[in-house]
Structure formats: C-alpha cells, structure tokens
Design a protein around this ligand. Structure first.
Ligand code: NAP
Length: 277
C-alpha cells in the first residue's frame, strides 16, 4: 500500500495516545506517517483521557491494537494491565500498551528510544554518564543507558528523589550543584529547564561542559536548547530530543505491527511539525 492508497475501511486497526493534555502531541503525525509509509492499515488518534481506568476499558471494548500512554497516566495505568515487561516493571512506568487478542501488555520504550539515540553517537559501554533530574523521564533514560553498560550518576535538585532513583539503579548520586566536568564522558539533561517558553534557561553552568563530552538534551521544544547551543560552542558533541522521541515511537510501531519502523520518514514528519512555519 502506498500513501496514495491509504484508506480507512472495516479492517482498519485503531491506535492512539492517552494523556491529559494531548492537544500538542506529535504522536499522531509520527505514527500515521509510519503507517502510510509501511503500508499498515491503521489509524492513530489523540485521546484526552482523565480517567485511565475508563481508557483501558475502551482499549478492550474497541479492540484497539496499541496505545501510547503519556502524562499523567504512566504509573497509574500499570495495575490495570494484564502483564508488564520486566523493563516497565523496573522503571516503574508504562508508555506503551499492546493488545494481543485481549491480553494487554505494558512496556516502556522511552528507555530504548533514549539509549539508541545516544548510542548512535557513542558506545555507552563503560562510559561515565551524568543524568540531570530524577523524574519520570530520568528513570527511563537511566535504565536504558545502564542496559548498554554505562556507569550512571544521578544529579538532582531534590536530594531524596535523586537518592531514591540512584538506589533503584545501583548508581551514584550527587546534588545538582556538585557537577564536575572532568568526571563524565556523557551528560544528559532530563529536567524541563530550557523548555519553551523559558528557552534562555540552562540546567547547569557552562563551565560544567568540557570539550569532547557528548551532551544530550531530551527536551524537544525547542529542538535546539540553550544547553545544546552552549555545549556545541564549547566543543561538545550534541544530541537533541528528537532522536529519543522518534526512537520510542519506532519501538512502539515495531511491537504493534511486527514491521521495521520507517525511521527516516517518522523523523522527517516530526521535525517538520516542530519547525515553526
Ligand atoms: P518530571 O517527572 O516532572 O521530572 C522533572 C525533573 O526535573 C525532576 O527531577 C525535577 O527535580 C527536575 N527539575 C524541574 N525543574 C527544575 C529546575 N528548575 N532546576 C533543577 N531541576 C529541575 O518530568 P519528566 O516527565 O521527567 O519530563 C522532563 C522533561 O523531559 C520534559 O521537558 C519533557 O518534555 C521531556 N521528555 C522528553 C521525551 C522525549 O521523547 N524526548 C520523553 C519524555 C519527557 P526535583 O526532583 O527537584 O523536582
């Protein structure tokens, strides 16, 4: 099936994203482009869901094949599902539901999305990786890079939250103010500092950025954050948040359809949607 042939008919499978808010979600653009490119008879919509239990009942009632789960439901959805992958259980959050003949499985593809995006720039095995933040995204990113053999240090503003994530990972913890540039080969910002509309903010002083460091910012609005701009000026290799976003979507697409994800087209369509016209 080519894009021109795409149609909705009685065999079309329904997919979607459940969250609140979802009005600005880029997932429908990305997944529908992937379906068209790969010839999958599917339709993907954004659903604003306030009661996640009702949402999960709808997945069963409508026989939806797959659902992306986003804020604020990534944790509360877990007990409503029939099975969890070990990774989702370890991370403590689900971003992907797959419906296999009525059996709903929860997985977490954020971890793979982030680790694969970074691994395209550097071999993570044995690397010292500093992760700024200890929220939901940090958990997924930290488990993902650890699976690739990285030695992780969590740096967080709130000490108890940072210590608790570090303990779950068997990783080190430092307060955010103790970041020293000579100690890490890779630095990942998972805090929202620098996100639209406060685009002039930086999560760390620029002296914390050393030449040759790989610096990833998982923020994708804007794509080019002040952190990445500064890091590039200081001779670092930079990785933006698009790779993680498309990577988690590509892993969902492959789980749902059994086909290789059309990564280039998915990236192109999301980048286009992020570019102000
Ligand atoms: P979250 O659960 O609210 O966690 C936010 C973390 O950032 C917390 O550890 C918090 O520290 C820290 N933080 C917040 N404001 C801070 C500040 N002013 N100074 C220092 N630290 C601060 O949020 P999340 O769900 O992890 O999302 C974080 C970011 O990741 C968002 O920008 C989101 O858009 C992005 N994201 C991107 C992708 C992608 O695919 N690229 C996927 C998921 C999320 P405390 O513990 O001290 O509060």
């Amino acid at each position: 099936m080519t894009p021109a042939d795409s149609k909705i008919d009685a065999a079309t499978r329904l997919f979607g994203v459940f969250g609140d808010p979802v009005g600005h979600s880029l997932s429908p653009v990305m997944h529908n482009a992937a379906f068209r490119t790969a010839g999958v008879n599917g339709a993907y919509l954004a659903f604003r869901i306030t009661d996640i239990a009702e949402g999960v009942r709808a997945v069963r009632a409508l026989n939806m094949r797959g659902v992306s789960v986003t804020i604020p439901h990534k944790v509360s959805v877990m007990p409503l599902l029939d099975a969890l992958t070990p990774l989702a259980r370890n991370i403590g959050a689900v971003n992907t539901i797959t419906n296999d003949d009525g059996m709903l499985e929860g997985d977490n593809t954020d971890a793979k999305g982030a680790a694969d995006a970074l691994a395209r720039q550097t071999d993570l095995n044995g690397k010292r990786v500093a992760i700024l933040g200890a929220g939901g995204a940090a958990r997924a990113v930290a488990f993902g890079v650890k699976e690739k053999g990285a030695r992780v240090t969590i740096l967080n503003r709130t000490v108890e939250k940072g210590e608790s994530l570090a303990a779950a990972l068997d990783a080190a913890f430092l307060p955010l103010t103790d970041l020293r540039p000579d100690r890490y080969e890779v630095l990942i910002n998972t805090t929202p500092v620098g996100m639209t509309p406060r685009i002039d903010a930086m999560p760390l002083p620029e002296t914390a950025l050393a030449p040759g460091m790989v610096v990833m910012d998982i923020i994708y609005s804007p794509l080019r954050t002040r952190l990445l701009e500064t890091a590039e000026q200081r001779g670092c290799i930079v990785v933006d948040g698009l790779g993680m976003f498309v990577g988690q979507g590509a892993a969902q697409f492959e789980r749902w359809t059994g086909k290789p994800a059309p990564l280039a087209e998915m990236t192109r369509r999301v980048a286009e949607a992020l570019t102000p016209s």
